[in-house]
Ligand binder design. Structure first.
Ligand code: NAD
Length: 287
């Protein structure tokens, strides 16, 4: 794909300091977009921005906790004041909580719902509103309607498939998938696209920071190492996910499963949901 697609566009990417977020920020920057790289870990976002600048892009790095509504409001206001209404927003920041439902405490739920669901709600609501206001202020062009923008929400293949070992994570991702489809219907009239991206396992830092409930701190470290090894062994590069995100924006896709697991679980959820409910019973081998 050439570099011309996003010339002059402004893209906001959350969780831009690592994994899919960094790869997506760089893919968009490589195609001419300016990038606002946002992350709770500012140095990592700054590193992404430095890499984007090396590719010739402009932009900024910003520290924000996507779970914090007031901070996200401030962030969205800052983007509009200091830059402008973005054309592309990728709500990507996320964390993993693994382990049985009965061992998952209220604080674990609040943490993962805060980042994985509230983060997407804040980003979609605040920037979606900015995009809709911008479209409403433009002169109507019935023959060639104005492009209003595009919101990408990073869900997961876990959104398609129940799993006894991943109830909190899968629940937040299923909610992101549904939210994205509702929002897509609402914003279609404003020519704002909304995509839910649903990848299977990929080689990122997610497993290294995952929270394993119901085990000791020592066991958690060992589980993190084992899952990280599996993610790295699976070897699916975040750059490929970023390419699918770029393609989804260009083609305005609604739901985008990515990689073998992503496509398999998506297909099974449509043709044989009962088989997924059976597979969901298989206990996690490492616990
Ligand atoms: N890696 C996979 O196999 C996989 C598969 C499907 C979906 N996903 C989803 O992809 C998204 C990106 O994850 P990744 O795999 O690149 O992981 P990652 O850990 O490499 O990157 C996540 C980034 O989000 C940031 N972040 C975490 N909490 C934040 C917060 N509260 N506010 C702002 N930033 C925050 C982290 O600092 C990090 O830079 C997540 O939503 C994840 O659930 C990952």
């Amino acid at each position: 794909m050439g570099v011309a697609h996003f010339d002059g566009a402004l893209a906001v990417v959350t969780g831009a300091g690592s994994g899919f977020g960094r790869a997506t920020a760089l893919a968009l920057a490589g195609r001419g977009a300016s990038v606002i790289a946002a992350d709770i870990d500012l140095p990592s976002a700054e590193r992404t921005l430095a890499l984007a600048k090396k590719a010739g892009a402009t932009g900024a790095a910003y520290r924000v906790d996507v779970a914090d509504g007031a901070a996200m409001e401030e962030f969205a206001g800052w983007v509009r004041e200091e830059h402008r209404t973005p054309d592309i927003v990728v709500n990507n920041a996320g964390i993993a909580v693994a382990g049985p439902f009965l061992a998952t405490g209220t604080a674990d739920w609040e943490r993962i719902i805060g980042v994985n669901l509230w983060g997407v709600i804040h980003g979609s609501r605040l920037f979606g509103r900015q995009m809709a206001e911008r479209v409403a202020a433009l002169p109507a062009k019935p023959d060639k309607p104005n492009f209003g923008g595009h919101i990408v929400n990073v869900a997961s293949a876990a959104a398609f498939a129940p799993q006894r070992s991943l109830p909190a994570y899968s629940t937040t991702k299923a909610a992101v998938l549904m939210l994205s489809q509702c929002l897509r219907a609402e914003l279609a009239g404003s020519r704002i696209g909304v995509t839910a991206v649903c990848p299977g396992f990929a080689k990122t830092g997610l497993a290294r920071s995952s929270i394993h409930v119901g085990v000791s701190a020592e066991a958690q470290e060992s589980l993190r190492r084992r899952y990280d090894k599996a993610f790295q062994w699976r070897g699916y590069p975040p750059e490929k996910v970023a390419e699918r995100i770029v393609d989804a924006i260009v083609k305005n896709r609604a739901v985008v499963p990515v990689n073998f697991e992503g496509h398999l679980l998506h297909a099974l959820s449509r043709v044989s949901p009962a088989s997924l409910r059976l597979i969901a019973r298989i206990p996690s081998p490492q616990r």
